[in-house]
Write a protein that binds this ligand. Sequence first.
Ligand code: PMP
Length: 357
Amino acid sequence: MTQQRFWSPQIRQLSAYTPGEQPQQDDWIKLNTNESPYPPSALALQRMAEQCDARLRLYPDPRSTTLRDAIAAQFALQPQQVFVGNGSDEVLAIAFMALLRHGQPVLVPDVSYSFYPVYCALYGIECQAVPLDGDLHVQVTDYAQPNGGIVLPNPNAPTGLALPLSEVRQLLAGNPDSVVLLDEAYVDFGAESAASLVNEFPQLLVVQTLSKSRALAGLRVGFALGHPDLIEALNTVKDSFNSYPLDRVAQAGAQAALEDRAHFDAITQRIVASRAWLAAELQALGFSGPVSSSNFLFVTHPRRDAAQLQQALRERKILVRHFKQARIANYLRITVGSQPECEALVRALQDILGQPG
Ligand code: PMP
């Protein structure tokens, strides 16, 4: 008899999110999970090393006070408007649980981060997909319908397209009575953050991460910004679930990474420059796709099957992401790597496309 009989019934029904492949050897060019190709801030590495002493016998600060103070200062907000968690995935999971279970459907774009429907399923929230338009853009006017909340990545993933702040404002003005969660995982690569709107719109929750532009995916730190009452709901769930989400090392490392503005500016500028180079090279090879405001490109080729291209790249030790969802099944999502990694990708594609498809 299957031992799944021991599983909670809801978990038997659940299809979990499939994380991108993380090979444990270093000989891959990894352009599949939107990590930074650059190392984290040296200051952050130093501060983390300093934490590795006898103090590790003690629990960390459950409220991550100094880290929250630093985030608040960076966004000109109060510390009680800041929540931190173990990667933005955990922040999102807590936000879905705390703020989006109102018995009405939560609206999400039909092409967006595939974790959202999983959280909905986990918490019994109805998830209503709102189709992107023909050019893969989010049309904010499509979100003017009764809802139990709206979740939008901005820039969207995996398309890379960003909404301007004027349209975010329009979306918020049209939805005063439900939580609008903006997932800004990729905002630092060229989009406008809605963090500045948090004091104006009490229903807005902005979620960001240190995994992408701060090159700290391995540390697992994300945060949310919002009205103190929204943040209190997140703390209520956190304290009922894992009261010490961020360890001492993560709190110190994240704080230093936020302080080290020079490193952040340098690595984001390099990625944005390589993105422009790579977009032009891919276009020359016949690919097309939306204009990216993120650290990845979303591209399709008129004569080649995306799944086959992904496999051909894999054989050359280059990982890129392909999604099976019908509408985007002929696209690849390619993380902007270091300039040499981007050049190796272009050489591999030239080789593959030079052969009969
Ligand atoms: N949101 C989006 C849109 C993402 O693509 C990712 C990365 N997979 C995350 C959130 C989660 O990132 P993290 O948990 O590393 O902060």
